[in-house]
Structure formats: C-alpha cells, structure tokens
Design a protein around this ligand. Structure first.
Ligand SMILES: NC(=O)c1ccc[n+]([C@@H]2O[C@H](COP(=O)([O-])OP(=O)(O)OC[C@H]3O[C@@H](n4cnc5c(N)ncnc54)[C@H](OP(=O)(O)O)[C@@H]3O)[C@@H](O)[C@H]2O)c1
Length: 325
C-alpha cells in the first residue's frame, strides 16, 4: 500500500509511523508531509530514512491508497477534500469533519461496519471520547446506557508537542504560559478548549456529541468536566455510567466491559505512566453505585488509543473490508 502522512513530524504523526511498523502494515511507499518548518528533516520508517516534504495542494494529487492526517483542523479542511477528489481515502485525526452527517466517525472496535464500501474522509474521534467509548460500548449493548458522568485528567501531550514543551519549560523554572490558560506545572486546569454559549467547553461538547454519534444513540446524556493535569502522556477518566436496565452483579459488569476488544479490566491500580506505549484502554477500580449505575477509573495512552493507533486500526479495517489487504 502507498500511504501519505500529513503532520508526520508531530506527536501523533510520529506515533502513526511507529504503529504502522508495529502492526506490520504492508507499506510499499510512504511519503511524509509537514509545514516549511520541517521540510528536509528525516524520519525513520522500517529502518529507512524518509525526507519530510512540504505539504502543498499538489502533494494531495498523489494517487496513493490512504492519506493519514494529523496537522490540525484548518490543514485538514483545506487539503483533505483535494485528496478525496482524487479518489484517495483520508483518515483524519482533527475535529474538522467529525460531526458532518455523511462522514463516519469511527472507533473500529465499535462501528467498523461503516467502513465497508466507503471512500472519502473517515474521521477519528477526540482522544477522551475514544477511550471512554471503548470502556462502555459493550455495556451499552447489554443494559442500554442512559447517562454518563465523567471527569477527565488529560495529559499535556493532548495539546501536541507545544503542550509538552510548556510543561517542561515550567519545570525548568521558566515563566512561560502560552498553550494552557494557567500555569500547568504543579497545578490542574479545568478548561480544555473554549467555553461555549452553554458554558461547557469545546472538549466537553466533543465528548457529548461524539459519544452519541459513535454509539449511534442520540438519547444518551453525557455530563463531562474536562481537566488538564501536569502529566506528559496518558489520559485518565473518572466515569460513572447509569443504565436503562439493572445489572445482575458487579462480576457480570466486569465481564461485559472486558469482552470489549482492546479493553483490559484489572484489579491493579493503573496510572498514566503504566499505559505509555500501550494500545489498549485500561479499566480499574470498578464499583457499584446503585442497581443501575457503576463507577470506574479508565486510562489510555492518548497519543496511541486516542489518535495514532485508532487511525491505523481504521486504515487496516478499511483495507480488509474493501479487499485491499
Ligand atoms: N495529541 C493528541 O492527544 C491528539 C489526540 C487526538 C487528535 N489529535 C489531533 O491530531 C492533530 C495533530 O496533533 P499533534 O498532537 O500531533 O500536534 P503536534 O505535535 O503539534 O504536531 C502538529 C503537526 O502538524 C504539522 N503542521 C502544522 N501546521 C501545518 C501546516 N500548515 N502544513 C503542514 N503541516 C502542518 C506540524 O508540522 P511541523 O513539524 O512542520 O510544524 C506537525 O507535524 C491535531 O489535529 C490534533 O487535534 C491529537
């Protein structure tokens, strides 16, 4: 397969290259694109050095099999439609197209069927939403999810490379506050994205709207508070989920969550440090709230599960379902 990676030098882009290697995707040719800041830099793919090229409208005319985009929403909006016009399927990590009616929003473990026979843009959901949905989709099938109350503890890498740089600079004692609304070192900030008219933030509304779209159930009510914490990699979430129907036992709930693909339920205490580099979503501290509600702690590597791994899983599933593998 011939694959183009847009935003290849970023946190998500570099990780997509690693995951393509780890999943042994049969790549015959790869081209890497970024802004003029990175032109000429060399990245390694399968032991070979590949030069980063400038992203232009012309580069979108390359007749490859897939373009993987992770360079922000404005870049996706401008360039992805050109690739699609040329018949190439685009897998987009940005928020640009997620809520468009005809664009599938895919977590392959949950709704891969949307990829069969589809060409065009496939949207990769928001990182916090992916790991939450993975931990509840089997519960939704079993009991019907009615409401979700969630508080997130999101690492600085969720804001890309510049988010990591800001925390590291503050750790060194530099007084720089640009990426986050307040100092993040030795602090927590209950604001991710801008506040909307309804007083929820953009990140919170992504969790509300994207959860409903992925689970294809617009009756589900989601009540999120999204919080930035001074962790480098790995998002955590304190989740309470209320069902339409009662469950029989906590053991039954545990088995149902664990039956989800790429989900690990454990009695161990799992923290962000433990999941760096892992492709699964981890659930621990499962407990009963009442006969229709349970609570748990959920952790995943945001760059992998929340972006790069999900994107590569979409690519592989799309290729499988459409006879390209
Ligand atoms: N980080 C996460 O947890 C996460 C999760 C889900 C989705 N995403 C999404 O993935 C995307 C990338 O995130 P990231 O964390 O990887 O950010 P990042 O580390 O800041 O990397 C951004 C990438 O985009 C490239 N880029 C920026 N402007 C460009 C332009 N005008 N033309 C071409 N390339 C351009 C950068 O290239 P240069 O090297 O040239 O600057 C770099 O390769 C964003 O849309 C983000 O919302 C991120």
């Amino acid at each position: 397969m011939r694959i183009g990676v847009v935003g290849a030098t970023g946190e998500v882009g570099r990780t997509m290259l690693k995951v393509l290697e780890e999943f042994d995707v049969p790549v015959s040719e790869i081209r890497l694109f970024a802004s003029e800041r990175s032109v000429g830099k060399e990245l390694t793919f399968k032991g070979e050095s590949v030069k980063v090229e400038l992203l232009t409208e012309d580069s979108m005319k390359w007749k490859c099999d897939y373009f993987l985009f992770s360079a922000g929403a404005s870049v996706s909006k401008r360039f992805a439609p050109i690739a699609v016009q040329n018949g190439v399927t685009v897998i987009d990590n940005s928020s640009a197209f997620r809520m468009e009616k005809d664009i599938p929003l895919v977590v392959p473990e949950v709704n891969a069927h949307l990829l069969k026979g589809y060409t065009g843009i496939v949207a990769n959901p928001n990182c916090s939403t992916i790991q939450m949905v993975l931990s509840i989709y089997k519960l939704h099938e079993a009991y019907g999810v009615e409401e979700i109350f969630v508080a997130t503890y999101q690492s600085v890498s969720g804001a890309g490379h510049k988010g990591i740089e800001e925390l590291l600079a503050q750790e060194r004692g530099e007084e720089v506050v640009k990426v986050f609304a307040k100092k993040i070192h030795r602090n927590v900030i209950p604001l991710i994205g801008e506040i909307q008219d309804n007083l929820f933030t953009q990140e919170e509304m992504k969790m509300v709207n994207e959860t409903r779209k992925i689970l294809n159930d617009y009756t589900i009510r989601v009540y999120p508070t999204t919080v930035r914490v001074p962790v480098l990699y790995g998002h955590s979430e304190a989740v309470m989920v209320r069902f339409k129907r009662p469950y029989a036992s906590l053991e039954e709930v545990r088995k149902i969550i664990a039956s989800g693909e790429d989900v690990v339920v454990t009695d161990d205490l799992i923290t962000p440090i433990d999941v760096a580099g892992r492709n699964e979503t981890f659930v621990c501290r499962l407990r009963a709230a009442d006969e229709r509600s349970v609570m748990f702690w959920n952790v995943a590597d945001n760059i992998r599960v929340g972006a790069a791994t999900n994107a590569v899983r979409i690519l592989v599933k799309h290729a499988e379902l459409n006879g390209r593998l």
